[in-house]
Design a protein around this ligand. Structure first.
Ligand code: MG
Ligand code: ZN
Length: 235
């Protein structure tokens, strides 16, 4: 049985890679910067989205894809912010895959969107293995989860280019050692960025917001370049 399981899993991942590349081409053509936001349940993904949208509203056009096991509660929270939001219910599935994103994209109007944030299902394990076509993988770790998480879930910390350490306002009430998180994160991903934030108070948000803004303007340039090309509209 074990000999069968490995190739099946590999085929699933290969099929997912093909669809992820298709998604990526679509995002690049439209000049949209896309992030895949991951964390365990309750680390603060939707709260991060709410505060980030509030801070960037008016400066860019944002859309959100919300992944959840059940319910449309999070998508409703995001829609209240006045941005496009689509809910994917995985019906118990513990991660999003590129095919789900392809289907969700049909429900979004991508024209003029600058930033698409995909909130993955709360899980530190298999979302790490499924590319969605995003440009950057980002994760949130809450200080209430403990400073041993990087060691226990190394793949997630290795593949994410940004680690947001959330709920730093609660640090005095935990035994969490921020230095230990920084050190493990650096060992697992030396090129990764670490931002320490509180989605509740807004502390530490400035560097995170400017990281997003820089990335968005990079990708906007691609779109502007494509529009200025003499071949634009001829294909
Ligand atoms: Mg959520
Ligand atoms: Zn899964």
């Amino acid at each position: 049985m074990a000999e069968i399981k490995v190739p099946v899993v590999r085929n699933i991942l290969q099929a997912n890679e093909r669809l992820a590349s298709e998604n990526r081409r679509r995002f690049d053509k439209a000049g949209i910067f896309v992030v895949n936001l991951m964390s365990s349940p309750g680390a603060g993904k939707t709260s991060l989205l709410e505060r980030t949208i509030d801070a960037l509203a008016g400066r860019m056009n944002i859309a959100v894809i919300e992944g959840d096991l059940q319910s449309s509660y999070d998508a409703e929270r995001i829609q209240k912010k006045g941005v496009q939001a689509v809910q994917i219910n995985t019906d118990g599935g513990c991660h999003l895959d590129a095919n789900m994103i392809q289907i969700a994209l049909d429900s979004l109007d991508l024209a003029g969107v600058d930033l698409l944030i995909i909130e993955n299902v709360g899980n530190l394990v298999c979302p790490a293995e499924f590319n969605l076509g995003e440009h950057e993988k980002i994760m949130i770790l809450s200080v209430t989860e403990g400073d041993d998480k990087p060691i226990k879930y190394p793949l997630m910390f290795q593949i994410c280019s940004v680690l947001l350490v959330n709920k730093i306002d609660l640090l005095p009430y935990t035994d969490c050692d921020l230095g230990k998180i920084r050190q493990s994160a650096r060992q697992l991903n030396p090129a990764g960025k670490v931002f320490e934030i509180s989605c509740r108070t807004g502390e530490g948000f400035a560097p995170w917001l400017s990281w997003i803004e820089d990335k968005v303007s990079e990708h906007r340039k691609n779109r502007a370049g494509a529009a200025a090309s003499p071949h634009a509209g001829k294909h």
